[in-house]
Design a protein around this ligand. Structure first.
Ligand SMILES: [Zn+2]
Length: 146
């Protein structure tokens, strides 16, 4: 169990909450209801510990849901930037966090056209797809022409 609660925390819980909790507990666990009058601090401690355990148990599902929300919010878009010195792919957040960036299909597709860069390729492009030949479909980002 965690550390004892400070008196301010116990006092912050309205007495009516202890009463309502006592009624609820009495209905299900008559023995636990004794704690409500004998030791509200101990009962609150038990409830906090139960809450902490519930959050810890739910954490993986919460993390997974939050990760999916972030992926959806930021999107799967990949970009490529061609410069006079070379090129680089900006991977999506999902691609970066997955640990599979070196095996990224978008990277492989860009690699096929990046071997022979042409002057008109300079700038930043969104990779919209990969055709049947494995070549990327690129859309220039407006305002980023050479
Ligand atoms: Zn990628």
């Amino acid at each position: 169990m965690s550390e004892p609660l400070p008196a301010e925390a116990i006092a912050a819980v309205p007495a009516a909450a202890y009463t309502a909790l006592g009624v609820a507990i009495q209905a299900y666990e008559p023995e636990a209801a004794v704690l409500i009058t004998r030791s509200p601090s101990a009962l609150l401690q038990i409830l906090l510990e139960a809450g902490r355990r519930a959050v810890v148990a739910a954490a993986p599902a919460i993390q997974s849901a939050e990760r999916e929300r972030i992926y959806a919010a930021l999107g799967p878009a990949h970009y490529v930037i061609f410069t006079e010195d070379g090129w680089t792919v900006e991977h999506s957040v999902e691609c970066r966090l997955s640990g599979h960036m070196p095996h990224c299909e978008w990277l492989r597709a860009v690699r096929r056209v990046a071997a022979e860069p042409r002057a008109e390729m300079m700038g930043r492009w969104r990779i919209d797809g990969i055709d049947g030949a494995g070549l990327p479909s690129l859309a220039r980002i407006e305002g980023d022409a050479p």
